[in-house]
Design a protein around this ligand. Structure first.
Ligand code: AMP
Length: 176
């Protein structure tokens, strides 16, 4: 996992002072690292029945789309409010650096479908918690939540485990 960690660029004080932004675009641009990340995210679910992968806008779309393809699963976009054209379910959530609302099409899953949630990074877990709640609200079984990067000091992964959803993360950075 060291090569994966080295492929991620850290940008101090972005988007505001005190935050170290973990930039995965360098990992995405590195063919071997990108492939490794997707292979590792998929590995526990290979050969199991996963109906859909839900990805959180925007970096979760890139990773989640590749994971869905590899698992022969469908893909569900979870978007910022106002972007989806059909009837939606919506939830407010807090970020490490702000507040926002996310939406999902209300017919994005058939009740009982087995769904994996994917995003690039989990910090406080507010985003993933909102996504898990929306998925459950429309009847999904949330099999797991998967992230390339964990910021364990912020406690997000534990927050999701406390909702009864297993969490898989590939690498961790200390602090914020
Ligand atoms: P949180 O809801 O606090 O777990 O924040 C996770 C979401 O915000 C993910 O969609 C991340 O892409 C983004 N995010 C939060 N903190 C960072 C960070 N330090 N570096 C990069 N992305 C971050």
């Amino acid at each position: 996992m060291d090569t994966l960690k080295e492929a991620i660029r850290s940008i101090p004080d972005y988007p505001k002072a005190g935050i170290v932004f973990r930039d995965i675009t360098t990992m995405l641009g590195d063919a071997r690292a990108f492939r490794r990340a997707i292979d590792e995210l998929v590995q526990p679910w290979a050969g199991t029945k996963i109906d859909k992968v839900a990805g959180i806008e925007a970096r979760g779309f890139i990773l989640g789309g590749a994971v869905a393809h590899q698992l022969s699963a469908g893909f569900i976009p979870i978007r910022k409010k106002g972007k989806l054209p059909h009837a939606t379910v919506r939830i407010a959530y807090s970020l490490e650096y702000g507040l926002d609302e996310m939406e999902m099409h209300q017919d994005a899953v058939t009740p009982g479908e087995r769904v994996i949630l994917v995003d690039d990074l989990i910090a406080t877990g507010g985003t993933a918690e909102g996504a898990v709640k929306l998925l459950k609200q429309i009847g999904a079984i949330v099999v797991a939540a998967c992230f390339v990067v964990d910021l364990p000091d912020l406690g997000g992964a534990q927050k999701i485990r406390d909702l009864g959803v297993p969490v898989r993360t590939l690498i961790a950075f200390e602090g914020h």
